[in-house]
Design a protein around this ligand. Structure first.
Ligand code: ATP
Length: 312
C-alpha cells in the first residue's frame, strides 16, 4: 500500500526569521500510529499545521494519499482531521450540533447515521443533546475528536491530546485512540509525555530544533538505544563495593543489599557473566537477579544529547 503521507524536504522559516522546520522528509504508512516527540519549540505544531494547510511551507512538498497539499489542497484536506491542542467549543451548542456543523464546513451532506456512529464510539451518544459547556474536560476532548472525525478522514492529527489532563483521563484517551486505529484511521500525535509514545506509538519520530533526528519503530528504537539494567540482590548484604567495581559502572545500594549494573544488551560482551562469576569467586551470595529495559525517556534524552554534541 502506498504511504498515506509523503513529506519531502519540508522547510519553514517564519517571517521573524525563526527556522521552525529544516529539510524534513518522512513517510507515514496507512493505519499506523506515529508519535512525534520533541522539546518545546522543536517544530511539531508547525509540521502538523503545514500538513493540515494552516501554515504555508517555505520549501518542500507534502502529499496526502497522493494529493499535494498546495496544488490539490481541497482533496488533501478532506482526508485529514485535526484535534487541536486548545479546547475551543461553542459553549451553548449541543454536542451533536457541534459535530454536524463541522461536517457541514467540509461540504459533506448530512449523515445522521454516521454522526451517531461517531458519537457512540466516543461514548458521547448519551450527551448528544447536552450543551458542550456542561461537559467534563475529558468529554470536551472527545467532542473535539468527534468533530475532527465528522467528515470521515483517513488521517487524524492529535496535537498534544493529553496535555494537562490527569492520569485517568489520559488512559481513557489512549483507549479511544487505539479504538480509532483499529477502525483503520492513521494517527499522528505530538506529545511531551514519553510514556504516551511508549504506550501507543508504532513508530516514533524525534524532532529537535526543526530537524527530524530519526523515525524508527518503537521496539527497534528501544532495543538499539536502550540500555538494560541488571539488579543483583545480595545475601548477606555488602558493606562496601569491592575495589575497582565502580569504574565498571557497578553500583551498590545504600543498604548494601543490591548491586546495579547498566549494560548494552546488543554488545557482544555484556559483562554480566563476568560480574556473576566474580561474585561467585568472592563468595558473595546471590538471592535474586532482575533486568529492566531503560525507559523511552532515557533513550530520548541520550538522543537529544548526542544530536547537540554533533552540532557543537
Ligand atoms: P511545543 O511543544 O511548545 O508546542 P512545537 O514543537 O510544537 O512546540 P512549534 O510551535 O512548531 O514547536 O514552534 C517551532 C518554532 O517556531 C518555535 O521557535 C516557535 O517560537 C516558532 N514559531 C511558531 N509559530 C510561529 C509564528 N506564527 N511566527 C513566528 N514564529 C513561530
Amino acid at each position: 500500500m502506498p504511504p498515506i503521507i509523503e513529506i519531502d524536504h519540508l522547510s519553514k522559516q517564519y517571517a521573524g526569521g525563526t527556522k521552525a522546520l529544516d529539510d524534513v522528509s518522512l513517510t507515514i504508512e496507512q493505519g499506523e500510529i506515529l508519535a512525534l516527540l520533541g522539546p518545546n519549540g522543536a517544530g511539531k505544531t508547525t509540521l502538523i499545521s503545514i500538513i493540515c494547510g494552516l501554515v504555508v511551507p517555505t520549501g518542500g512538498t507534502v502529499r496526502v494519499d497522493g494529493h499535494d497539499i498546495r496544488t490539490d489542497w481541497r482533496a488533501a484536506r478532506r482526508l485529514i482531521g485535526l484535534v487541536p491542542q486548545e479546547i475551543a467549543l461553542e459553549p451553548f451548542e449541543t454536542v451533536a450540533n457541534a459535530v454536524r456543523f463541522t461536517r457541514g464546513l467540509y461540504g459533506e451532506a448530512p449523515d445522521e447515521g454516521y454522526i451517531e456512529q461517531v458519537l457512540r464510539s466516543l461514548a458521547l451518544w448519551d450527551k448528544r443533546d447536552a450543551p458542550t459547556r456542561a461537559l467534563s474536560g475529558g468529554m470536551k476532548r472527545r467532542v473535539l475528536i468527534a468533530k475532527a472525525l465528522s467528515h470521515r478522514p483517513k488521517v487524524l492529527f492529535l496535537d498534544e491530546p493529553t496535555a494537562g489532563v490527569d492520569v485517568h483521563l489520559r488512559r481513557e484517551m489512549w483507549a479511544v485512540v487505539s479504538e480509532l486505529r483499529a477502525s483503520g484511521v492513521t494517527i499522528i500525535l505530538t506529545t511531551h509525555y514519553l510514556e504516551e509514545a511508549e504506550e501507543m506509538a508504532d513508530r516514533i519520530g524525534v524532532i529537535d530544533k526543526g530537524r527530524l533526528l530519526l523515525v524508527r519503530p518503537k521496539a527497534e528504537l528501544m532495543g538499539e538505544f536502550g540500555r538494560k539494567h541488571l539488579t543483583v540482590e545480595l545475601d548477606p548484604p555488602l558493606s562496601a563495593l569491592p575495589e575497582g567495581w565502580a569504574e565498571d559502572d557497578i553500583t551498590l545500594s545504600d543498604d548494601g543489599r543490591s548491586l546495579g549494573y547498566a549494560y548494552d544488551a546488543r554488545a557482544e560482551r555484556t559483562g554480566i557473566g563476568r560480574l556473576l562469576a566474580d561474585l561467585n569467586a568472592r563468595g558473595i551470595g546471590i538471592r535474586d537477579v532482575a533486568t529492566k529495559q531503560s525507559s523511552l525517556e532515557e533513550v530520548f534524552m541520550s538522543l537529544l544529547e548526542s544530536s547537540a554534541g554533533e552540532r557543537r
